[in-house]
Design a protein around this ligand. Sequence first.
Ligand SMILES: [Fe+2]
Length: 203
Amino acid sequence: MSQYLPTLLDRIGQTCRAGRDPEFRSLASQIDRVPREKPEKPALTCSTSELCLQEAIEGIPADHLLRDAVAHAASFSPWEEASRGVPEFFPGGYAYAMLIDENPPADNDPVRMGLLLQRGNIAYPGHAHDAEEFYFILSGEAHWRIDAQELTARPGDLIHHASCAVHAMQTGSAPLLALWVWRGNLAGRFWYESAPDVDCPRS
Ligand SMILES: [Fe+2]
């Protein structure tokens, strides 16, 4: 048992409180309520994690508050190659690891939490979902679009997607490693901008 969750959850809560974004500050108390003794899922690797996870971990800045906790968790995470089941919309190039999945909810404000690893020079096309989403950027850089807003995401950035906001990420040459949290309608729809009527499966 690696027991990465208690420290990781504590660091996420600290990060939320240290930021100025009121949405992240409101997330902190929900993170505090996630049971620390939750069983951790067996570690898995996939082609993307085997290709670039180590590079992504080494790219986390030394002063990043989440660095050690994420480096530990990422090494024991259940990585899965993913394209949301619809390679015609997105042929892949990213992997995700689900670390917390409250389904059915353990309390009135469930959260889902995990890691994302996106290869360098990959475009994750515009997509949206009913759940609200929080990104904590660990390493790499990406051009990020949220509805009509565009920005460059860098390590240390905190990015919030409101429910149903369309978002897209184009990585630079380095892989992108990020931690994400969903809250709200966890069982809601996920769709691509190019096919808004198709409700896609989780992976
Ligand atoms: Fe998303």
